[in-house]
Design a protein around this ligand. Sequence first.
Ligand code: SF4
Length: 229
Amino acid sequence: MSSLVAASDLARAAYCPRQLYYARRDDDRAPPPAVREIRALAFEYPALLDGADDALAAQPISVSPTAYRENLARLRERGDWDALTDPVARDVLLAGKDCRGVAHKLVRSPADGDEDDRPPVPSLVSPGEPPDRGVWEPQRVRAVALAKALAWERETPIPRALVEYPAVGVVRTVGLTTGNKAAYRRALRVARDLDFVPSRLRDSAKCESCAYRERCGVKTWSLSSLLGR
Ligand code: SF4
């Protein structure tokens, strides 16, 4: 178990290898309380869908209450709404051949058939917002890592994973495609071979939201950074 790479480390490797270096050196990888509060929303979709404006405004959501309800109404149209709102398990530690990590939900989707013994798919609950399409690269590799770990444990193929963005009420699917598996393997190589201080990213917007930017010594000159936001 100890030689397994943490799926969250794969996500950092995909984001910035230097960030992973700092996180490992500090051994400080627990999510802050604010992240846990946002993740909790992923277990309350039906109540949030019916939530009044003031009740939703008190939640850690990133869009207006109206937009949030609209997003959840679209989510309800997905075939796996019932499965998403009634997962077969939550916060499950999965250990595969190469990686281990926590699936925030295991979801048994109707897309996988009606049989009761069909395997569930893992869901990763992100505290952030999604890109316009698909998922961000760190979540892509982490989702693949969870699907592969679950497949290893169950000894059966797991064709996809889910990434939930409860701060906005959006859920995306990550298939185990050739491209996604290649991205996973790239991140795994970086995470395994990290025995040096990697170079800083150059001119990257990623540094704006990196918790290590001061220690790293990068300068960020965006309007938001100049305003101290
Ligand atoms: S500030 Fe930028 S280069 Fe430095 S660790 Fe963070 S993301 Fe990487």
